[in-house]
Write a new protein. Sequence first.
Length: 67
Amino acid sequence: MIIKNDFFNQDRDYLMKEKEGLLKSVKKFDQRFQNNEVDREKFLKQNEIFAKRHAEINKKLEKLDRK
């Protein structure tokens, strides 16, 4: 009997959902900036944080792909 192990796929699915959520929040934050609800300095600072989180997620996905 062969048992298929899909633990890595579950991690990948979780990271993809996290990535989608991050992209959604970036889009929403950009929309708020376009409507002048957020000042420029806060927008730039938050974009740096989003970029760091995005890079971390990509590294984790890359690591899973290598296994």
